[in-house]
Design a protein around this ligand. Structure first.
Ligand code: MSP
Length: 468
């Protein structure tokens, strides 16, 4: 399929409500989807929820709810948050969708028939928070560093997927960028891991977890949740589980993930695809985490910033701006509520808001000033390099320069003293405002619309109310 752009986010676990970390990945994906759409690409943007597994089963039990009732509730919360944040997704996949379940089952049967899955015994340290077996070397003081919990010792009969046989081929595909992992340091990290460790067989079955997809070749077991989850990237674009039917939109052009789930996305996922005979995703882009006051957000530390709280304070576009403007996309970024309020006031209320209201007011009653649109600055390199934060900085430089230009030229005086100069000053400002409204489309779609309307109608409302 020519000219397509297929982008995915991770599917989020439905064991708890969405938080700003989830919103961060999702807003970034939305910006990329909207940008590519504006470039005439045939965009498909997939997201969804990961609803099976021990973690969810356990949480539902604790709450005295059936797993299905529980995941319906939480999945609904994710969906409604994405609607609030104006996320332009094309499909929202749930791993409890019947079609997904059927496809996963067929897929497993094919790999089993091909001889890559064998029964054996598996022993390891399982972290329910990660839904992964950890190596001794991953632990810090005997605990999982991400969840700060002691993993459970597990030993059970299990179905094992041969990972080793595909290891060298995988290394080759990563080295040649057929399967591009970026930023570069993550590619290096994955290659170092793959070159220094022989991949162990992967246990793809669970005996004690009922909340999952039964293995088609042994109904005593359910499917390991990660194997189930990865397939969403295919079923979300209509795959029926038949290896003959590679979906038209496959491979993904970009798969966005946080650094916490890099290892699985760079090993299990491509190896499953290789067994299916499917091409690998073109690009896996790994971003860092949002920290709050330099630390991982946690209830115990009391530094959790709620996404609802952000939406209430900053509105939709304010929230999108503050998330993406928090720092370099790809690296860890640190936020605090105080700093976000400051940034909101300086960049949005004062910076952009002021520019729009000044320009529109100055133009009042003077419709002769041309509404000419200069070709907008080229931002494509920011998007192809995933420099979303820098893209915003570029736009904000333009905004501050224009605000400075107004102060230097004092058009309100020129209006009385020098009509010709006034016109030329206003023409530049109006042209720039048109450009700014264009450049803002992927980042802040509603604000972009409002600016366009203001330019059209010659009047404006306050775009961003100052926060005291
Ligand atoms: N269900 C799995 C993914 C399966 S994909 C086939 C999962 N879910 S999750 O709910 O834990 O979400 C993880 C993702 O949420 C991260 O990879 C990242 O994209 C995002 N984030 C979660 N916390 C985050 C931050 N604090 N900061 C930025 N993003 C983070 O893992």
């Amino acid at each position: 399929m020519k000219n397509k752009f297929y982008i995915t986010t991770p599917i989020y676990y439905t064991n708890a409500k969405p938080h700003i970390g989830h919103a961060y990945t999702t807003v970034a994906a939305d910006i990329l989807a909207r940008w590519n759409k504006s470039q005439g690409k045939d965009v498909f943007f997939l997201m969804g929820t990961d609803e099976h597994g021990a973690k969810i089963q356990k949480k539902a039990d604790e709450l005295g709810k059936s797993p299905k009732e529980f995941v319906d509730e939480i999945s609904g919360e994710f969906k409604s948050l994405w609607n609030d944040l104006k996320i332009s997704y094309d499909n929202f996949i749930r791993t409890t969708d019947e079609k997904h379940i059927v496809a996963v089952s067929k897929m497993l049967q094919s790999i089993y028939d091909a001889g890559a899955i064998k029964k054996g015994e598996y022993e390891g340290l399982y972290c329910v928070g990660c839904e992964q077996f950890l190596n001794e070397s991953d632990l810090v003081d005997g605990k999982c560093p991400d969840h700060n919990t002691v993993p459970e010792k597990m030993k059970e009969e299990s179905y094992l997927l041969d990972m080793r046989s595909k290891q060298d081929e995988l290394i080759g595909k990563i080295e040649s960028d057929e399967f591009e992992i970026s930023p570069e340091r993550y590619k290096k990290e994955v290659l170092a891991f793959l070159k220094n460790n022989e991949l162990k067989d992967l246990s793809i079955s669970r005996k004690n977890v009922q909340w999952g997809i039964p293995l088609p070749f042994d109904k005593e077991y359910t499917t390991y949740v990660w194997v189930d989850a990865f397939i969403n990237y295919l079923t979300g674009i209509g795959w029926d589980g038949n290896i003959e039917n590679i979906p038209e939109k496959w491979p993904a052009d970009v798969q966005l993930i946080g650094k916490d789930i890099l290892r699985v996305h760079a090993t299990i996922w491509p190896i499953v695809l290789m067994y299916l005979g499917f091409p690998l995703p073109k690009r896996l882009f790994v971003h860092g985490h949002i920290l709050s006051g330099g630390k991982k957000m946690s209830k115990t530390l009391g530094n959790v910033i709620g996404i609802d709280e952000m939406l209430e304070k900053f509105g939709v576009d304010g929230t999108r701006y503050l998330l993406m403007g928090a720092g370099t996309f790809g690296e860890d970024v640190d936020v605090t509520m105080e700093r976000m309020i400051e940034k909101y006031n300086s960049d949005l209320a004062n910076g952009l808001g002021n520019l729009v209201s000044r320009v529109i007011k100055l133009r009042e009653g003077d419709d002769e000033i041309k509404k000419e649109i200069k070709p907008v600055a080229d931002m494509s390199s920011y998007f192809s390099n995933m420099e979303l934060g820098h893209g915003l900085e570029f736009i904000w430089n333009m905004i501050s320069e224009d605000n400075k230009f107004i102060e230097e030229n004092k058009p309100w005086e020129l209006k009385k003293t020098d009509q010709e100069k006034f016109r030329s000053v206003m023409e530049k400002l109006i042209t720039d405002l048109h450009s700014i409204s264009e450049l803002l489309i992927p980042f802040m779609p509603e604000t972009s619309e409002k600016i366009k309307r203001a330019l059209e109608e010659g009047k404006t409302e306050i775009l961003f109310q100052r926060i005291k």
